[in-house]
Write a protein that binds this ligand. Structure first.
Ligand code: UD1
Ligand code: CA
Length: 456
């Protein structure tokens, strides 16, 4: 087995994005585009992966962590110059090197593998991954001889009107004999429209030296989208979205309408879960099996147990148990931990609170910084008063407590096990176990008073 190395080009600023965020860090379905590229290469089983970083180097390294080695390209003088920066790390090694641009996140690892195999089978020194584009504008064009032999690549800005008509494009992914690559890079010149050192010029150089160069054409152009601006970013997002939805459907998730369901690249979803329209599953969310999510729900970096329902609600950085029901119209804010068989109903906001098994807040409540035992019932309109304008305080409600409607629990306060709070009570001191707290003005009925008023 020959060794396989990978070089990922990720040093560019991405001027056409018009963004403060470096291009390769723009997310596609919630994952940085360069991370998609690296993860796909990893699936190939490359011996080493070297990322060329420049603009936003620190941020790129922070995002990719130990998935890659890094080389700094101080000045962005072109894609050939970028690869050349890896010479100290890779130059002397024997093997096959795949080069991928950090802005082509849709190229699947299967396609990379096909490229490598084609490269090896044709005993080529260089193989370029090409595709047929309906609209090749902006891409490098593959120039072939009459017999079909690849001669070179010509960039959009250097292409003659005749060459611009060619619709076979350079996808920006290549496979090289490693040593031939670094030798040829030394011969690349920058006498072109952009004054840059172009990596695809290596193809023409090797070809001119009589080496075998080859092209491997993929059938699926959408896989090769190079994201240079936000219009293509949206196209890529659409392709990736469809691909992810299909993966989940094949694994047993029902997606009622994949076109308006948004599943992040890192999400995990159990079988027989149903995703209703308008649902966004973001970040590293994990959803159990047999759940119904949506319609119109947003779940970010959360863990949801089996058989749970989340309807028209927002769940952020929280953990939700099994057989639990959230919504419609609930807001679960970060650091919340809901147990099993919990019910959070309409217009309930929960923040940084724990709910034990079977506890309920079914209507119109705010519960913040609270620890709630099991089988607790919050009546409609219960408010936890956790903030005095300066500090936040903790409220504890023990198992089986029953809080009447429209109560205020002024933190810090503890409601003892099995205690009752009468409707309309403002609780400002602890309620003992099994006690009834009642704190409201006593009602008085003035008999006949209305009639008297009306006579005046
Ligand atoms: C490049 C190819 C083009 C191909 C297209 C496919 C060249 C000269 N052109 O064009 O033939 O059709 O990709 O998407 O290679 N980068 C660096 N350092 C640099 C310059 C670029 O790291 O000095 C990185 C960028 O961050 C980016 C990648 O290389 O991830 C490609 O650069 P970009 O400027 O987007 O090249 P294209 O014009 O798209
Ligand atoms: Ca590009």
């Amino acid at each position: 087995m020959t060794n396989t190395y990978a070089v990922v080009l990720a040093a560019g600023q991405g001027t056409r994005m018009k963004s403060d965020l470096y291009k390769v860090l723009h997310p596609v379905c919630g994952k940085a585009m360069v991370e998609h590229v690296i993860d796909n290469i990893n699936r190939l089983g490359a011996n080493r992966i070297v990322s060329i970083v420049g603009h936003g180097a620190e941020k790129v390294e922070e995002t990719l962590g130990e998935k890659s080695e890094y080389v700094l390209q101080q000045e962005q003088l072109g894609t050939a110059h970028a690869v050349q920066q890896a010479e100290a790390l890779l130059g002397r090694l024997e093997g096959t090197t795949i080069v991928v641009c950090g802005d082509t996140p849709l190229i699947r690892s299967e396609t990379m593998r096909d490229l490598v195999e084609h490269h090896k089978a044709s005993a080529a020194k260089a193989t370029i991954l090409t595709a047929i584009a309906d609209n090749p504008l902006g891409y490098g064009r593959i120039i072939r001889a009459e017999n079909g032999q690849v001669l070179r690549n010509v960039e959009q800005k250097d292409a003659t009107p005749e060459e611009q008509k060619v619709n076979e494009i350079n996808t920006g992914t290549y496979c090289f004999d490693n040593q031939a690559l670094f030798e040829a890079l030394k011969k690349v010149r920058n006498d072109n429209a952009q004054g840059e050192y172009y990596l695809p010029d290596v193809i023409g150089i090797l070809q001119g030296e009589g080496a075998v160069v080859s092209a491997y054409a993929t059938e699926d152009f959408s896989e090769t989208l190079g994201i240079n601006d936000r219009v293509v970013l949206a196209e890529a997002e659409q392709v990736m979205r469809a691909r992810l939805a299909e993966q989940h459907m094949r694994n047993g998730v029902t997606v009622i309408n994949p076109e308006n369901t948004y599943i992040s690249a890192n999400a995990k979803i159990g079988r027989d879960t149903i995703l209703q329209p308008g649902t966004m599953i973001e970040g590293d969310t994990v959803i159990g099996s047999g759940c119904t999510i949506g319609p119109n729900s947003q779940i970010v970096n959360s863990v949801i147990g089996d058989q749970t329902t989340i309807n028209s609600s927002v769940v952020l950085e929280s953990k939700i148990g099994a057989h639990t029901s959230v919504g419609p119209f609930a807001h679960i804010r970060p650091e919340t931990n809901l147990g099993n068989h919990v019910r959070i109903g309409n217009f309930v906001e929960v923040k940084k609170s724990t709910f034990g098994e079977g506890s309920k807040a079914a209507h119109l409540s705010y519960i913040g910084d609270a620890t709630i035992g099991s089988a607790v019932n919050f009546g409609c309109g219960t408010i936890v008063v956790n903030y005095d304008g300066k500090k936040k305080y903790v409220t504890t409600v023990e198992d089986e407590a029953f809080i009447g409607c429209n109560s205020n629990l002024i933190a810090p306060v503890t409601i003892g096990k099995g205690a009752y709070v009468a409707a309309g009570t403002t609780v400002s001191k602890d309620v003992p176990v099994d006690a009834l707290a009642i704190g409201r003005a006593r009602q008085e009925n003035k008999e006949g008073y209305v009639t008297k008023l009306k006579l005046n």
